[in-house]
Design a protein around this ligand. Structure first.
Ligand SMILES: *Cc1c(COP(=O)(O)O)cnc(C)c1O
Length: 341
């Protein structure tokens, strides 16, 4: 195994040995190619560069205490990528091919999978782009799907703890009938200014309201939102948020724990009634919310009353992490062993 300063890794790019690539040409997928190049040769008129034909995914491989390496719900990432492809007119990559490439790139870079104790993981980044030349606005005829991996540090360096968020009313990340439900780079381009504003003001991340009425909670920059009250897990129903696999899993685990689960619109003012709330996504699983400020309306919704994560968030967090690391029974069949030492 590589000797790296695993526990001081951030969420940045660290070079690994290999990436895997697969081209789509003449209406069909080619063979899987292994590459040690970090760059991509492409035409300057490629559609990904001009018209945003770009989709990505994000998942992780976990080195577990039993010595095995597991990935979490990669079928769901494959399905979401297919949905994104339908949304921006790219060819769909079959789930089996997606999983085969995930397994291959993880195995090829085994020495970069951080040890269990460090809390660090191997982040897996699938990327899908239109690469053939097009000057008029049309989908490409040729595509590249590739996956690279990079070790990333633990999200919570000082232990599971609360973060503060700010509602940004000045910008929207996506429209009700736009591309918010797809994992495309364009949504992130639309979020960069709001994200910078939030960080400059000292918040962990920006929060978006629904773009049409500016009344309902949508999601954070790169994570879904949930609130907990009266033994109920509540999460927004919206046509402009990205369907998080973490959120989907937490909804199931909440149900397993005997909570009621509600997917519905959440008016901003309802924030004051939540006993707990969190942002959820692959990076942190759950990032518990301390408070959410709405600077324009001069409101502050204090969610955590003692500055600590709530008991239900903590239970859900431990349960999901336990499944990912193979220390909790995987009753829903969410993990796949990629390396079986
Ligand atoms: C990727 C992403 C999430 C989190 O999804 P997970 O599958 O849970 O990692 C949430 N919101 C946005 C905008 C995203 O791009």
């Amino acid at each position: 195994m590589e000797t790296m300063d695993w526990s001081n890794l951030g969420f940045g790019y660290n070079k690994t040995d290999y990436n895997v690539r697969c081209y789509y040409r003449n209406g069909k997928w080619g063979e899987i190619e292994v590459s040690s190049e970090e760059t991509i040769p492409m035409h300057m008129a490629a559609t990904c560069l001009h018209y945003g034909q770009e989709a990505f995914e994000g998942l992780k491989a976990y080195r577990c205490p039993d010595g095995k390496v597991r990935v979490f719900r990669s079928d769901e990432n494959a399905a979401r990528l297919q949905s994104t492809c339908r949304g921006i007119l790219m060819p769909e990559l079959p789930t089996e091919r997606f999983n085969e490439m995930v397994d291959k790139v993880v195995r090829l870079n085994e020495r970069f999978i951080p040890p269990y104790e460090t809390g660090a993981t191997l982040y897996i980044r699938p990327l899908f782009i239109g690469i053939s030349a097009q000057v008029g606005v049309h989908p490409a005829t040729e595509y590249l799907f590739m996956i690279f991996v990079t070790p990333v540090g633990p999200y919570f360096k000082g232990g599971f703890s609360c973060n503060d968020y700010v509602i940004i009313r000045e910008f929207d990340r996506s429209a009700p009938l736009g591309t918010g439900i797809y994992k495309v780079g364009g949504n992130y381009a639309a979020s960069l200014r709001a994200n910078k504003m939030a960080h400059d003001l000292g918040y962990a991340c920006e929060f978006y309201l629904d773009a049409k009425e500016k009344k309902y909670m949508d999601e954070c920059g790169a994570a879904n939102f949930f609130g907990i009250k009266n033994n109920t897990y509540v999460t927004p129903k919206s046509t402009s948020i990205l369907p998080s696999i973490t959120n989907k899993s937490l909804m199931q685990l909440a149900e397993d724990l005997g909570l009621k689960v509600e997917r519905r619109q959440i008016p901003e003012d309802e924030l004051e009634t939540f006993e707990e709330a969190g942002a959820c996504g692959t990076a942190a699983v759950i990032s518990p919310i301390g408070k959410i400020d709405d600077l324009e309306l001069k409101k502050s919704f204090q969610i955590s009353k003692n500055g600590k994560p709530g008991p239900i968030s903590e239970k859900l967090y431990n349960k999901l992490r336990g499944i990912q690391y193979g220390t909790e029974p995987d009753v829903h069949g969410w993990t796949r062993v990629v390396i079986d030492n």
